[in-house]
Design a protein around this ligand. Structure first.
Ligand code: SAH
Length: 282
């Protein structure tokens, strides 16, 4: 992936300001879900007892509209997605292996099963989407995760990105602002063996301070400026954050933010289109 480097040195004290760079958006953002779903019959998953021991800060549904069965057909579609859309864009073998391993179809409502292995975002309810697989792979690669790194995700959504992270390191923390989505993601992740992924319902603008510092932070909803609390929770010794920043409903720029002490460098990665980072009311 070609990184267009725009390195901006900022001191932490000024990290609350809007990013000084004013990128010119391209009109062609990442594709919106347009593929009509091919609906295939699917069993409705029944929720098991959560594998994680913590008391959740959100309701755990007793059943979820997800299909947990994996099959040769699904694995074949997954491999085809990886071969066609991931492998050409991503070189990190561990990321590619994770994309082959995680059953994306189990993270989407069953009406979208037939489209689960297209390279598109898909609706997951509450006006939110599961991200486009190639973008998930590229954002993950940019973080250069080592096994044992502690990573924070802002915007659990379906839980898919969290599962990909969970394939790479056992220390995954993810926060989601919509309680119902957090609950469904918890059930899905537990059911698929990602019980170690920690989820909390909270406004991710403020990160999850309790477990900071993080070696890496991945933000999957777009704020209009770089949230200072996230910068503060990055490991001062080379912490990396990948974050889309830009106006609501418009093309945003995906930035790689790296921290060395009080210095924050920002590299422009590519233009993207994410749902907005919403804020807690009141
Ligand atoms: N990573 C997700 C993508 C989800 S879309 C996946 O793999 O499916 C972005 C998610 O961010 C949505 O679920 C949305 O509800 C959530 N979100 C938006 N603003 C947030 C905030 N302030 N804090 C935490 N989550 C937020």
């Amino acid at each position: 992936m070609k990184l267009v480097a725009v390195v901006i040195a900022l001191v932490l004290a000024t990290a609350g300001c809007r990013t000084a760079a004013s990128p010119s958006p391209r009109p062609d953002g990442s594709p919106v879900p347009v593929t009509p779903p091919t609906v295939t019959p699917a069993a409705t998953g029944t929720a098991p007892t959560p594998a994680s021991s913590e008391t959740p800060s959100f309701p755990i549904p007793s059943s979820v509209d997800r299909d947990f069965a994996d099959s040769d057909e699904m694995r074949g579609q997954r491999d085809q997605l990886v071969d066609s859309y991931i492998a050409p864009r991503v070189t990190d073998a561990r990321v590619i292996a994770a994309m082959r391993a995680v059953p994306r179809h189990s993270f989407v409502p069953t009406q979208w099963l037939g489209a689960a292995y297209s390279d598109h975002p898909l609706p997951i309810g509450h006006g939110q989407t599961i991200s486009q697989p190639s973008l998930v792979a590229m954002m993950t690669e940019v973080l250069r995760l080592d096994e044992g790194d502690r990573v924070l995700e802002i915007g659990t959504g379906s839980g898919y990105q969290a599962a990909i992270l969970g394939e790479l390191t056992p220390e995954v923390y993810s926060v989601e602002i919509i309680p119902e989505l957090a609950g469904i993601a918890r059930v899905v992740l537990d059911r698929l063996g990602y019980g170690d992924v920690r989820i909390d319902r909270r406004d991710g603008y403020f990160g999850w301070e309790e477990h900071a510092p993080y070696d890496a932070i991945i933000v999957t909803a777009a704020p209009d400026h770089l949230p200072p609390p996230l910068v503060a929770q990055l490991d001062p010794d080379g912490g990396r954050m990948v974050i889309p920043i830009g106006p609501v409903g418009d093309v945003q720029v995906l930035w790689l933010v790296t921290r060395q002490g009080d210095e924050v460098a920002m590299e422009r990665v590519l233009d993207v289109r994410f749902v907005p980072l919403t804020r807690e009311e009141g």
